[in-house]
Design a protein around this ligand. Structure first.
Ligand code: ATP
Ligand code: MG
Length: 784
């Protein structure tokens, strides 16, 4: 152990060997927070604390796995086997299975993923005859999710008229009824969604004091990584479990709080000291991950935020290379720049593919990058996006497996009742749903007892329904003896799924077949792997739980030497030698959705801070002057974030004035930036003002508004205001004949205006550069 403790600096050592009591480590990126957590667990065990009594909560299951491996090398693997480690969702799903009966659930409950939840909600909206354009199922789902994360149960909803009022204002007066129906249907199907895993855990711990006591006594030591991104529900669970012994250690960085949009509450970290007595606060200041240039650049970014705890981050690492800023004409060019840079760097410096990561704000951006990487034969992997288990064919197979474990699972049943096609049409399925709702039974039960029910179908259909029931029941019998691998092989063969994909002979069909093969091979590994873990058997139920809770960052298959592509959100906690942050453009990053409040812009800035601090040696910032978005080629302006970085840390190869973020050209989001028509501020003066962000800072300061980190006001119910420079133009009613100035194309004359609202376009004849049609939403024009 001594050997390992010597791998920590003094500031890290102190919290590592602090055994009892509440403690918090607040420190900047790369300062060793996760390392301290890992070593601390090893130290606790070294001091004789039973791993059975330690609970460690991480951001991804992969992070948990890596931590466990590290701990194994320090204290031995037989010891660390019994540690409870994982995400909130995976740990509490296990506890809920043990205690399910108390809540009226079967212990084999299904976990609905967001696709299942979305489909169920869409079905309920249809059954209730509501307008699906007003009741958009994704928005409804988001709303329900935010209720659950704020612990607003259906009953609480109906007791609080304000909630109903808010939904009515948002033109969705039946929201509460949908919520109620959704909860009832999930319950009947023996299913919990992701939010339920936290909500029901809270319910369990509040309603059953003896259960709370049991887990308080079990988890005498609790550790939480990335505490800044816990939501209210998670906060309450940690609070309750740690209440008795108060041996709670949380680590986090307020500057890396990036999930407010999903209900994460930064106050959890800010208030920690108020929640427990005698809290020990530790700070780490030395960054071990990145070069001086990167650390300093990152500091200069986060400096622009008003809401933050004061922190010092420095590094003894080398100065390193400056952050390279690159501009491309189009998103295609941007992709080619990234691919060719990786290609050359690999050649010149003997680097591996895995030394590179490409981070973006939205998943949609990966396409142009992927194209370019493929052309260069650079292996890559996309983390997140449509995960493997979300693919159609995989979900089909999994749905059969889910039905074996839990035939009440309505979403799984609806998915495969007629796949592969067996002549059971939608009308029959609708009849089954209505009947099941009427009897308050599951669809499977109705099918099984079809003769005794009121379902009117012809004898042919009846036989098909009974055959399906028999098929599933035969799988259930096999499940008692076969392992998950054997079972899946049998299921895919006997249901005809394999044949179905084989017969179409298209490349897609072949790809689907290969995916199913990969799934089944994965099961083989799973069966082998589970033998290594205590208390597991490699059963189907365990496999399904793993699948349901696989987070986007967990995918870990294939050749490990690949370039990693992922959203910045997913990159939290990770590190890479070389990092490309692409698409640094206004309205993309910061996102157009973040234009409402300073709090939202500050969250985007924290996201940028997270992105830059992933890099160890070299960071690249890239932007394109035009980009395909929503099927259209639109103009874009460099992100203000580039110019917010202190120039001394950047190597800019582009015309610098282009990078100068001009508040006037951006929307008047806070009502206090000079407008296009303001006489006091001539546009030219502002435009060529040096890029010192004092301008922005001042603007923000002049308008103090309360921080919005509330979970009860989900973003999707707010009107979305854009940050385009065009808002002013809409007001000004640009007309043909106007003389305008464009940041890149220079001066020109408006020939004609067409379209309306967000689609308004102007045809402009520029003095240089010819005639162009620009979407006013994005073209940043000034009237001159
Ligand atoms: P983030 O905020 O991004 O999650 P973090 O604070 O959790 O970062 P770690 O990931 O624990 O930081 O550490 C960053 C890197 O520095 C890791 O590669 C880690 O192994 C290394 N590191 C941490 N402390 C030391 C140390 N004392 N000596 C050498 N390397 C260290
Ligand atoms: Mg970390």
């Amino acid at each position: 152990m001594e050997k390992y403790l010597s791998q920590l600096n003094e500031a890290q050592l102190e919290p590592t060997i602090q055994i009892g009591g509440p403690m918090i480590i607040i420190a900047g990126a790369g300062s060793g927070k996760t390392r301290v957590l890992t070593y601390r667990i090893a130290y606790l065990m070294h001091k004789g604390i039973d791993p059975f009594n330690i609970l460690s909560l991480t951001f991804t299951n992969k992070a948990a796995k890596e931590m466990k491996e590290r701990i194994s090398t320090i204290v031995g693997s037989s010891e660390s086997k019994n540690l409870w480690m994982g995400t909130f969702h995976s740990v509490f799903a296990k506890i809920l299975r043990i205690e399910a009966d108390k809540l009226g659930y079967p212990s084999n409950f299904t976990i609905y993923d967001s696709q299942d939840s979305g489909r169920l909600i869409a079905s309920i909206i249809k059954e209730m005859n509501l307008d699906k354009d007003i009741y958009k199922y994704k928005q409804v789902l988001g709303r329900i999710s935010s209720y659950k994360n704020s612990l607003i149960t259906v009953r609480a909803y109906f007791q609080n008229p304000e909630l109903k009022e808010a939904d009515t204002m948002a033109r969705r007066p039946r929201m509460g009824d949908i919520y109620k129906a959704y909860v009832e249907r999930c319950f009947k199907a023996g299913a919990m969604d992701f939010d339920d895993l936290l909500l029901k855990t809270n319910e369990l711990l509040t309603r059953f004091p003896e259960v709370l006591m049991k887990y308080q006594n079990r988890f005498k030591y609790i550790l939480v990584d990335e505490y800044q991104d816990t939501n209210h529900s998670q906060y309450l669970i940690v609070r309750a479990l740690s209440d008795k012994f108060q041996n709670i250690c949380v680590v986090g960085d307020d500057a890396q709080s990036i999930y407010a949009f999903r209900g994460a509450n930064i106050n959890n970290i800010l208030n920690f000291q108020k929640d427990y007595d005698d809290v020990k606060v530790f700070r780490l200041e030395q960054n071990y991950r990145s070069t001086k240039n990167i650390v300093n650049a990152a500091n200069s970014i986060i400096d622009k935020n008003q809401t933050k705890l004061d922190k010092v981050v420095w590094t003894a690492n080398d100065e390193g290379a400056k952050i390279k800023v690159n501009r491309s004409l189009t998103d295609g060019d941007e992709g080619r720049f990234v691919a060719s840079t990786i290609f050359e760097e690999k050649m010149n410096n003997q680097l591996h593919n895995s030394d590179f990561a490409i981070l973006y704000r939205t998943n949609a951006q990966s396409r142009s990058i992927e194209d370019a990487l493929r052309k260069r034969d650079i292996p890559y992997r996309i983390y997140g996006g449509t995960s493997f288990y979300q693919r159609k064919e995989i979900k089909d197979v999994i749905s059969y497996l889910r039905l074996i474990i839990n035939p009440a699972d309505e979403e799984a049943l609806k998915r495969v009742i007629n796949f592969p096609p067996r002549g059971i049409g939608q009308t029959t399925v609708d009849k089954l749903i209505v009947s099941a709702n009427g009897y308050n039974r599951t669809m499977f039960e109705v099918m099984k007892n079809i003769d005794k029910t009121n379902v009117k179908v012809n004898s042919g259909t009846k036989k098909k329904l009974q055959d399906f029931v028999t098929l599933i029941e035969s799988f259930q019998v096999l499940n008692q003896t076969a392992d998950v691998f054997e079972l899946a092989e049998h299921v895919t063969r006997t249901t005809g799924i394999i044949k179905e994909f084989n017969k179409d002979g298209t490349p897609e069909g072949v790809a689907r077949m290969e995916n199913i093969e990969e799934l089944i091979n994965g099961m083989k590994d799973f069966v082998e792997g589970q033998k290594e873990i205590a208390d597991t058997t490699g059963s189907l139920a365990e496999f399904l739980e793993d699948v349901a809770l696989a987070t986007d960052a967990d995918a870990d298959k294939g050749d490990p030497d690949h370039v990693a592509l992922m959203t910045i959100h997913l990159a939290k906690g990770l590190e890479f030698s070389n990092v490309f942050i692409v698409g640094l453009e206004e309205d993309l990053f910061p996102s157009a959705m973040s234009g409402n409040t300073r709090a939202e812009l500050e969250e985007e800035r924290r996201l940028f801070y997270v992105a830059v601090t992933r890099a160890e040696k070299q960071a690249y910032l890239t932007y394109a002057l035009s980009r395909y978005r929503w099927g259209k080629l639109v103009d874009s302006e460099p992100s203000r974030f580039i110019s917010e970085i202190d120039e001394q840390y950047l190597e800019i190869t582009t015309p610098k004035e282009e990078l100068r973020f001009n508040p006037m050209l951006s929307a008047d989001i806070f009502g206090d930036t000079p407008s296009a028509t303001s006489k006091k501020a001539s546009p030219n003066k502002i435009r060529f003002k040096p890029a010192k962000q004092a301008v922005l800072k001042k603007d923000f300061k002049s308008k103090k508004e309360p921080e919005k980190f509330k979970v009860t006001t989900p973003k999707n119910l707010k009107p979305v205001a854009k940050t385009g420079g065009n808002t002013n133009l809409f007001d000004n009613k640009l007309v043909a004949g106007n003389k305008v100035k464009h940041l890149r194309f220079g001066t020109g004359e408006v020939l004609k205006i067409e379209g309306a609202g967000a689609d308004t376009k102007a045809e402009i004849k520029f003095q240089h550069g010819g005639t162009k049609k620009l979407l006013l939403r994005f073209a940043k024009l000034e009237v001159i």
